[in-house]
Unconditional design. Structure first.
Length: 317
């Protein structure tokens, strides 16, 4: 199993939470402020969803009882307001708990430093949707690119041009989050999907590899796929998406072609009837070998079907 490198996010440590301002100053730590929620703006294009689910309910209750334990991290804006970098769920929980302020560290950082911190802090969550990984990896790599660490985001092998001893490459990011370089590339491809297809990926109805193939289609072709999914109530297989991509590359993918491919019966979508062996065998004479069980069941069903028809005919007289 691949080892995951521990990331230093620069977030508040446990012992630091209970220091007063004098102790924090002595230890050269940033002060903790009570910042009005009304003065905090969302992080632009924040890729992680803040869900109003059972976990949020528990967090709200915890904050009501004990207050916020881990401060959020804010970045000062030029207009005097603040931009939240990490702690979006805590900020929302404070709002739902009826608080007017939230405890926060205010840190000066560039836009790209803020993006990297935002991504790294959110990737520590236990449950992360594919769409969240997709856009966060893309934002992080683009930030690295602007900082001089050139990375090819769409093709493999990935070309790296590192600057500085501690410069992070795609491979290093993969090691940090426990993903292969190729898997990171796949996630980034998902950002090219229309929202409806990306939602199906998040719901587990479309797997990664078919989704990546669909990401190479233009928006009109993807919309045609969405229409067929709604019509047939089924999602395309990996093989079907490979063929769609090939037709698209050749300039031959029309809505009619999408419909023809999606209309094919797939082995995993054929109706299956499962009979428990123990229940079936208990109704079959012992002198009937297992190899003849299917024939016996079919003949029995044919006989029962004839019986039902004959009874229906008698009742209709």
């Amino acid at each position: 199993m691949k080892s995951v490198q521990k990331i230093d996010l620069g977030l508040t440590g446990y012992d630091e939470l209970f220091m007063n301002d004098a102790e924090r100053k002595e230890n050269k730590l940033p002060r903790i402020y009570d910042i009005p929620l009304s003065e905090i703006d969302d992080f632009p294009d924040h890729p992680f969803k803040v869900k109003l689910d059972e976990d949020m309910d528990q967090l709200v209750q915890s904050i009501k009882e004990r207050g916020i334990i881990t401060p959020v991290t804010l970045r000062p804006k030029e207009d005097g307001r603040y931009e939240i970098v990490s702690g979006h769920r805590r900020r929302k929980a404070c709002e739902l708990a009826g608080f007017d302020t939230v405890k926060a560290e205010v840190r000066e950082m560039t836009r790209d430093e803020a993006i990297i911190l935002m991504v790294e802090s959110n990737l520590q969550r236990s449950v992360i949707l594919p769409s969240e990984k997709a856009f966060s990896y893309k934002m992080r790599l683009e930030a690295m690119n602007r900082q001089g660490q050139r990375t090819d985001l769409t093709s493999t092998p990935v070309v790296e041009k590192l600057s500085g001893k501690d410069a992070l490459s795609v491979t290093a990011i993969g090691n940090e989050v426990g993903e292969s370089r190729e898997q990171i590339r796949r996630y980034i491809r998902l950002t090219n999907l229309v929202p409806e297809l990306l939602d199906l990926v998040d719901e587990g109805k479309i797997k990664m590899r078919p989704a990546v193939e669909l990401s190479y289609l233009d928006e009109d072709s993807q919309r045609a796929v969405v229409d067929e999914i709604d019509l047939n109530q089924c999602t395309p297989s990996h093989d079907q998406t490979i063929r769609m991509r090939k037709f698209f590359t050749d300039g031959k993918l029309t809505p009619e072609v999408v419909s023809a491919i999606m209309g094919e019966e797939k082995p995993n979508q054929r109706e299956k009837i499962v009979l428990r062996g123990d229940k079936v065998r208990s109704l079959i004479p012992k002198n009937i070998p297992v190899s003849q069980t299917e024939d016996y069941v079919v003949k029995a069903l044919e006989h029962y079907s004839r019986f039902l028809r004959q009874r229906a005919e008698r009742d209709s007289r």
